[in-house]
Design a protein around this ligand. Structure first.
Ligand code: NDP
Length: 306
């Protein structure tokens, strides 16, 4: 068995060592142009040349959960595409999302600003019932986030493609229920995959359906949001603020209006990071399962786009 590693923006050697330890008898290589054909690949943002030269791959394992960039490449129809399935990301997403919601709900930015100026001041407590939180996407990450929010007694709503039942969460599904879902929420957390159906889904119309004083937490992909529409809704006061972890262009360009906007908190695509050891462990188990002819969770449906 030959496993090849093609991970841009990361050092390939620790991945290579990890898979060599998991499969001592296998050849585990770091991909170079012109390298021999491999059976399996571990990839992050590979160049098109990689797939052009590896048409016989049995499977390509993405070292992240989102496959929108990968699906833009030409990949042989016989190559399975497998995404990371949690691997330590959902707990990170839950802590990040709860932190963003609670920071807004408890007005912690305002308290911090007061304290920096030496002011001991109180704000009127907000009613939790006035802060229904909606989670768009109830997959591996969204479901964990929705469940985590119920612990703090927020009214929680969720929206997915297919119907779901999650304790303590009012679940909506499909395009027909999108408007009712959005109108039920004041805080919106986006955890959808980026697909042709979901690109630009957060725009003037949809964000305008949130209750007045709405708050957006975008943790999925920058291209879900129409940037100018978000800025217009923040400036008109319909939205009270946003926490944005992902952007159309990353790193966020220096001149972008999000950087210094008083109502926007920017973080550098860090809400749920790939954890190498957990990921190697999960991918190794999946390679072994595929070798035994079994199916694996996290196989991407190319038609659906996630
Ligand atoms: P999953 O594939 O497990 O879940 C996707 C969810 O979105 C599912 O509930 C799915 O519905 C729903 N969905 C997809 N398309 C639609 C649609 N057209 N209408 C309504 N619902 C839809 O993905 P994950 O939870 O693992 O990850 C979600 C995204 O988070 C990733 O694609 C990635 O972009 C982003 N991400 C961001 C990170 C960061 O650090 N900022 C880190 C990791 C991921 P159904 O259940 O019916 O299929």
């Amino acid at each position: 068995m030959h496993i090849t590693i093609c991970v841009s923006q990361q050092k390939p050697e620790p991945w290579q060592q990890g898979f060599q330890t998991a499969f001592p008898d296998a050849t585990v290589s770091v991909w170079q142009p012109g390298a021999p054909a491999a059976d399996y690949a571990v990839v992050w943002a590979p160049p098109q040349q990689f797939f052009d030269e590896q048409p016989a791959l049995k499977a390509a394992f993405n070292t992240g959960a989102g496959v929108d960039a990968l699906l833009k490449l030409r990949i042989a129809p016989g190559t399975r595409i497998v995404r990371l399935d949690d691997a330590g990301m959902s707990v990170q997403m839950a802590e990040f999302a709860c932190h963003a919601v609670i920071r807004h709900f408890r007005e912690l930015d305002g308290y911090e600003a007061d304290v920096r100026e030496g002011r001991w001041s109180y704000r009127k407590p907000r009613a939790r019932a006035d802060y229904p939180v909606g989670v768009m996407g109830l997959g591996v990450l969204g479901e964990r986030v929705a469940r985590a929010l119920t612990v703090f007694d927020f009214p929680v709503h969720g929206w997915s493609r297919s119907p779901k039942a999650i304790d303590g969460v009012t679940c909506h599904s499909g395009e027909a229920q999108l408007d009712a879902f959005l109108s039920s929420c004041r805080v919106l957390i986006n955890l959808l995959p980026l697909t042709p159906e979901t690109e630009n889904i957060l725009n003037r119309r949809t964000l305008g359906l949130l209750k007045p004083g709405g708050y957006l937490v975008n943790l999925a992909r920058g291209a879900h949001v129409v940037d100018e529409d978000l800025l217009a809704l923040l400036d008109s006061g319909h939205l009270a603020g946003a926490t944005l972890d992902v952007f159309r262009t990353e790193p966020l360009p220096a001149a972008h209006g999000f950087w210094n906007h008083l109502k926007i908190t920017v973080t550098p695509h860090t809400s749920a990071r790939t954890l190498r050891e957990e990921s190697i462990d999960q991918i190794a188990r999946k390679i072994a399962a595929l070798g035994r002819g079994e199916s694996v969770v996290g196989e991407v449906d190319r038609q659906r786009g996630y």
